[in-house]
Ligand binder design. Structure first.
Ligand SMILES: [Zn+2]
Length: 485
């Protein structure tokens, strides 16, 4: 998950799925059932910790790591649990043999029900030993935390899902709905390593599912008190798109400056981009988010969130000053890179800039291109999409069938802690699956203080208790969706 992640609002997209499409296969647990499920779900923690440690300590960075090694290691656990080779698929992208992925299948009893897919990426961003307090590729427990690259992003969920599949098999659990696991490479480097998108394009049927669970949201802890504030579920994300602004010019000797200068044209164009203020828009989910989050937030900001959800213009203008809230109120574009000139004593012949946009769902990349071109309104400044537009889709619908079990289980495990839907401003691999017709939701039940988890940063960490609770939560949630015994 790119580090610019902000747990914000959800979007109830147009991809309407008729109510009842995913029949709820489990009801709210009674006290006794909850205790029994808790006892069952928390068994085998030592084996889980060993698997998690093994996964963390396999370097899966783009530079020197091997996802294939990690995929093979997880496969060994699944084979030992009794999965036949026919239900295990190591998938290697043709170019890079070290970028392996694995798909495992636990067949369900009811073929009329489409599968549940558990998705997690096993690659991690780079980490330089010299910068870290501890070795980033050694799992270290310290002060109630696990430290290491990928402890949060995303080997926590990869280990939990693999451990759950192992336990499902060993316990003889027969779900009604087939359960599939996909551990993928390349989430952090989609340009170089086509992990999830490669599987969607080449092995669509193998991962076909009614819906998928993925990274993208977690529980939030109060940094000061450690209090559980809310459990997040992410549905949909803004669309990531870079635009290139380029000005070329014949140039000349800098001792004879000309009025028509490539850098000045570009600079003027960038100031127009800076002034871009895309219309604020709400949908059911973003309105719902601000309304609910406003209650939790409290104070002036909370009041503004609630007022904004009712369309209060003044409150919206104030909220736009908060980078987090602003990132989910509308499309945002910002200049991120600049390059110009070829010599200090020569008039510049080329000036280029990158403008990164996070597009509010429902708008195409070309529509935003036109908006930028119209705002700059200078034929000297050529604006183009930096990379081909990814296939986009409306966000997955947050139906009662999806949200119900999450709310039921959250209430059972953390009484009184609300579930807050979110639309991510950052991107996950969920975008490839949702666009391919597999609605993908971000949910983990792993509570954290986002400020100190340090995803992509130095000394990445996860709270040990939160990781183990997330393990229980995801194990039970998968069973609630898949049903069976
Ligand atoms: Zn991630």
């Amino acid at each position: 998950m790119p580090s610019r992640h902000f747990l914000a609002a959800t979007v109830l997209g147009a991809m309407a799925v008729s109510a009842g499409a995913f029949p709820v296969l489990a009801k709210a647990p009674s006290k006794a059932e909850n205790a029994k499920a808790h006892a069952e779900a928390t068994q085998g923690e030592p084996a889980f910790k060993a698997l998690y440690k093994e996964l963390i300590e396999i370097n899966t960075t783009l530079s020197v790591g091997s996802c294939t090694k990690a995929a093979e290691a997880m496969k060994a656990h699944l084979v030992a649990a009794g999965y036949p080779e026919s239900d295990l698929h190591i998938i290697l992208s043709p170019e890079r043999k070290q970028d392996g992925n694995i798909i495992a299948v636990l067949p369900g009893a009811d073929p009329s029900l489409k599968a549940l897919l558990l998705l997690a990426h096993i690659d991690v961003v780079e980490a330089d030993r010299a910068d870290w307090v501890r070795d980033p590729f050694k799992l270290t427990e310290d002060g109630g935390y696990y430290y290491g690259r990928g402890t949060a992003d995303d080997k926590a969920m990869a280990a939990i899902f693999t451990d759950s599949m192992v336990r499902f098999k060993k316990s003889g659990y027969r779900p009604k709905r087939t359960i599939k696991l996909a551990l993928t490479c390349g989430e952090e480097s989609a340009d170089t390593t086509p992990g999830a998108s490669y599987i969607v394009d080449n092995y669509r049927s193998l991962i076909d599912a009614a819906f998928a669970l993925n990274e993208g949201a977690g529980g939030q802890l109060d940094p000061a008190t450690g209090k559980y504030i809310f459990n997040g579920v992410q549905a949909g994300e803004k669309v990531y798109q870079d635009y290139t602004l380029e000005v070329t010019n014949p140039g000349g000797h800098s001792s004879r400056p000309m009025p028509n200068n490539a850098i000045y044209h570009l600079a003027a164009g960038l100031l127009k981009v800076q002034q871009l203020d895309f219309p604020v828009e709400f949908n059911d989910a973003t309105r719902g988010f601000f309304a609910r989050m406003g209650k939790l937030q409290g104070g002036a900001m909370g009041a503004d969130m609630i007022a904004a959800s009712k369309g209060d213009k003044a409150a919206i203008e104030r909220l736009k000053k908060d980078p987090g809230a602003n990132s989910v109120l509308h499309t945002n574009c910002v200049a991120t890179q600049l390059a110009a000139g070829h010599a200090p004593n020569a008039l510049p012949q080329r000036a280029t800039a990158n403008v990164n946009c996070r597009i509010f769902p429902g708008h195409s990349q070309d529509e935003i291109l036109k908006t930028i071109q119209d705002a700059i309104n200078d034929p000297e400044v050529k604006v183009t999409l930096r990379d081909p537009a990814e296939k986009v889709s409306p966000p997955p619908p947050l139906t009662p069938e999806i949200l119900g079990p999450i709310e039921t289980l959250t209430e059972a495990m953390w009484p009184g802690v609300p579930v807050i839907p979110a639309m991510a401003a950052g991107a996950t691999d969920g975008r490839f699956l949702t666009a391919a017709g597999i609605p993908t939701y971000g949910v983990s039940g792993i509570f954290a203080d986002p400020a100190t988890t340090n995803m992509h940063g130095l000394n990445e960490r996860v709270k040990v208790t939160s990781l183990l609770e997330g393990r229980e939560f995801l194990y039970r949630l998968a069973k609630m969706y898949a049903g069976g015994k």
